[in-house]
Write a protein that binds this ligand. Sequence first.
Ligand code: F3S
Length: 523
Amino acid sequence: MNMDRRKFIKVSSSVAGSLAMSHVGGSFLAHAEEATKMAELGPSGSGKVPDFAKDMLTSDMLGLGPDGKPTGQKATFTGASMANATAEKAMKHQMKLTAEEQAMLDGEKGEEIAKLMKILVLFGNTFGAEKLVDLGGAPHSNLYPGAPYLGSMIKMLDECAEAGLKSYAPYTVNPRPYDVYNVQNNTKEMEIVYDGYPLQKDLDWVHARLGSPDLNIRSCACYIKEIGNAPEPGTYVAWAESSAVNYGNSALGIRTNRNGAGIDLICAMAGKAPLFGLMTDEGRMAKWLVDVKTSKTPDWGVLGTAIGRKVVEDVPYVVGIDKYFEGGEITEDNLHLLKAMGSATAASGAVGLYHVENLTPDAKDKGRKLLVEGYQTYVYDDAEEQKIIATFDNLWPEKDKGPTAAFIGCPHNTYHEMLKWGKLVTEALEKAGKEKAAIPVYMFCANVVRTRVIEEESELAGKMRRAGMLPTPMCGVTWAGTKGFSDRVRGVTNSAKTRNYSTIRYFPDQTLVDIIVTGKVPA
Ligand code: F3S
């Protein structure tokens, strides 16, 4: 499987990431100790990696684009601007623990909690955290593909579940990597996904026991009303999933770092996380002022891509876009604009937090006091937008052929987006005298969102179905990461994040509607 998106542990930045991932048979404490010894031998990324962690040596953040060419990115991707974090520093730094935490570390609450605490302390020390904080709200996990390279992690979590550990609160999880009802509903694709994800059942079962039982709420957009994982502003959480972290920190005002898969669940079981980076006031200060001066509504995905490329993992303070949010509020009907922009900043760069003047909670509270002294300015205008669009190459192997499928909803569609796209496509088809779209249109959303559409807009839901618009709860980018995908599928999308991670081509909404109706990409 060519699974770039999901090979997500950055080797050079995370000793603790390796620890979080580490276990093959036997005691996982033994492996933690082995990893500690390895860390003492030299900085992470020095090549001295214990055998059990060998599957963790790749990342979607290796700085390669979907075409395999270097993107020029260099960052730790923690969102903490801690590019100089090293194993040596972790060995020297020692964060302060409360008496209760020390007791947990010493095994007074059981052997497994002690092991988790060891990992958390090393993780915190690596990034210079001063202490652990108690978590609130609910966790969100991005551990969703049951792929062999995650076998050691899944086994570790299974040990925890067997020991009776649970998340401190019921938690949400990213979408599953396939959907054999609507998408991989043929033998060829089924073979690929069943071969690629032999541990899916094990992973689903671990999540159920640790505290995330319901597959109907699986979604990367965990913060939407139908799912409801939207903690109060200021709440410390330990989320994983770049788009959810980005939205949560920015639009909800929660406090989380960009955690690697595994650390999220270790924090969830301990109920604690090390305090550093985006969880601190200092880490939430903006180093960039992004001045949006487009003559009309910006293309949100392109804007996000531009910001991510420019600021990489720093925090931007965006001005000039609050006017596109009626009444200066983020609502159910407009949150998708921030979702599109933010997820693109997180994918084309590693932005874990942005502020929007007069709109997002931190910015409403503190305004331009969030800008650091000597901040840089980036102006995004019509010319800049065109410049970014011009870099979106056609990566289809057969460039001149027509599209074969549309991918809408990365991050997952909101209810509002489902209705918007349902109307856009079915009305355009009606106008063209057609009942069915020229290509299948996959509408990625949580099952609970699909159900709400059926219940509240049944007529539209029927029209969408007849038009070939298929709601599916999977992650579309995962499919795009399967071996040989670009030879089988020439995709088109409205998601700048999908474009960033795959060969699927990005188009503005109206162009995408035309392509769906005609089956042709305009010259
Ligand atoms: Fe969600 Fe998958 Fe996109 S998890 S953000 S649909 S890459």
